[in-house]
Design a protein around this ligand. Sequence first.
Ligand code: NDP
Ligand code: 8X3
Length: 249
Amino acid sequence: MKRTVFITGATSGIGMATAKILASDYRLILCGRRQDRLNEIENELNKLTDVKTLQFDVRDKDAVFNAVESLDDEWKSIDILINNAGNAHGLAPFDEAELDDLISMIDINVKGLIYVSKAVIPFLKKSNNSHIVNISSIAGKEVYPNGATYCASKAAVESLSKGMRFDLLPYGVKVSNVAPGAVETEFSLVRFKGDKEKAENVYKGFDPLVAEDIANAIAYLLNQPEHVQLADITVFPKAQASGTNFFKK
Ligand code: NDP
Ligand code: 8X3
């Protein structure tokens, strides 16, 4: 019987690429807010595996719990949770940044991850081969100018990964933290509120990671022998050495 993976933020970027890479070996529960995207990915991947989609905003605590509760017993046998949903909103000095953007990043990247984890962990505890993968960022390990709150939100993810690893030890739930550098997805388009030129500029002059690179890293850590727990993986493009150091042509 295939194990079941629950992926948040599966409508785009890293989450979607991860769903595609895992489709041949796992059953998939795919989450996001954009129903049209959920329908598209379900239609594509249900040729390869059983797919269930759940539409909710991770900021909405009740919606998160109701969505998980709506699964029938067969789908509640969740083995793997990939906490991927998240974004940056804005890139500005802390004093000038829009307060709503800062609140959104905490609500989505931190509180949303907590709601989803609290809703799903009771089912992971029943699995005898369970795993949580939290998508952090190099921004969770370093702080860069104009990114205080995004970096703080990802530093919280790093701490949540470490804390979950302690607390879920008795239940045999593995916890892995994945910290990507620059990955060309819809991330910068969201950060710059749909400004394509600004978004494309971020990745000019070097080869950024693509979503499939991170999906490969996730598949790699899920495919380790049962006794092996990869705690933390940082993935940079070749042209990146830290949150702010890039070699651009
Ligand atoms: P994308 O913008 O391509 O994807 C973000 C995903 O998160 C979408 O599927 C989106 O779905 C979902 N999402 C965003 N807000 C919400 C919400 N409120 N409720 C539910 N789902 C939400 O970006 P990436 O794939 O790059 O980002 C994935 C993760 O990787 C994020 O946590 C990001 O911080 C992290 N990351 C990204 C890096 C990069 O350079 N791209 C580097 C380091 C980390 P929908 O809009 O349908 O809800
Ligand atoms: C996304 C990468 O460097 O823009 O987390 O923060 S960065």
